[in-house]
Design a protein around this ligand. Sequence first.
Ligand code: ZN
Length: 241
Amino acid sequence: MRYLILSDVHGNLDALDAVLADATGTWDRVIALGDLAGYGAEPDLCVELALGRCDVLLAGNHDLAVTGALSLEEFSPGAAAAARWTRETISERNLEALRPLPPENLEQEVGLFHASPRDPIWEYVLSTLQAELCLDAQRHRVSLVGHSHVALAFVRRGEGVAGTACPNGARADLREGKWILNPGSVGQPRDGDPRAAYLLLDLDRWSATWQRVEYDIAAAQAAIRAAGLPDSLADRLEYGQ
Ligand code: ZN
């Protein structure tokens, strides 16, 4: 089984369209690790497209803020403004579709979490120390996480944990060791590469390949500005930050 792994679309329809077009024919199932909404200007179209195309969908902290399951007090001012705007804008039908989504799914061959195996809603797994604690907590040999918007892999082989950044074309051989993989973000990358990120996971070969694809950043920025969302949310897209 080959999986297309997406995370952190954040209402960026141009980026989601580009990823789905780029990855066509390379996967059997699609998994989205949460945060369909928040930051971007097209939450409705992103939720509808994801509902139609994804086999497994998780909720992220931003989705949970939009549905009201999380308070906005825990969010930065820009993120809270975007969540408030999304609450007012999103259709009732899409809100109902987001409501039952869980932040983790333990029923698959790999562990699926929006944020981390220890805290599926909030923890950013960015250091080897955190990865070590998460690897202790996870019961699957391989877990997938999103949330940090940084394409990364952590592995424990024997003693100690190693972490690596995973730029376009990076590959990992998952046949041995215990892993945490982050595909990076579709709609708001924060690792310095502004292109939309995704991961192809081949569970027949136990290999992972990180991919980046160009999308129409100017169109996504124009949509954010036209919606009256904070300018900073548009600006950051072209820097990948
Ligand atoms: Zn996110």
